[in-house]
Design a protein around this ligand. Structure first.
Ligand code: ATP
Ligand code: MG
Length: 137
């Protein structure tokens, strides 16, 4: 078993797509081990995306991620990290495969509906950034 960290981003929550996305997560075989609705502060978004600090879109990205509530998730499945990124699809919804979440719910490369950890080390950092141990038993 493996765990990954996922976010249903503010665009999808505002668009009332969180329920549909959660259904797709469960239908794909993930177990939800932790879940919380939260409105990130700008500082919390900047800390989360610190690896992207030098990227030109950092300000836009952290403004967006702190623009409204999002759903934080700890997901468990065999090969969860890769499996979740496959279900999300490519970063740019226009390039994401048919049947992926970003294709179905994203509207632009910035407003792309979901986040997923990209490696075991980032999953560990991101889960620890948002969840206390007792929240993901
Ligand atoms: P995420 O980390 O959110 O799961 P990702 O791993 O597919 O997405 P990253 O390269 O880590 O993509 O970029 C992080 C996020 O920054 C993207 O999800 C997207 O919302 C935003 N982003 C990436 N590239 C751009 C860009 N060129 N312009 C605007 N926003 C971008
Ligand atoms: Mg990423």
């Amino acid at each position: 078993m493996e765990r990954t960290f996922a976010i249903i981003k503010p665009d999808a929550v505002a668009g009332k797509k969180a329920g549909q996305i959660l259904a797709r997560i469960e239908e794909a075989g993930f177990t939800v081990k932790g879940m919380r609705l939260t409105h990130l502060s700008k500082a919390a978004a900047e800390g989360f995306y610190a690896v992207h600090r030098e990227r030109p879109f950092f300000g836009e990205l952290t403004d967006f991620m702190s623009s409204g509530p999002c759903v934080l998730l700890c997901l468990e499945a065999p090969d969860a990290i890769r499996k979740w990124r496959t279900l999300m699809g490519a970063t740019d919804p226009a390039k994401a495969d048919a049947g992926t979440l970003r294709r179905d719910f994203g509207t632009s490369i910035g407003n792309n509906a979901t986040h997923g950890s990209d490696a075991p080390e980032t999953a560990a950092f991101e889960l620890g950034y948002f969840f206390r141990g007792m929240e993901t038993l």
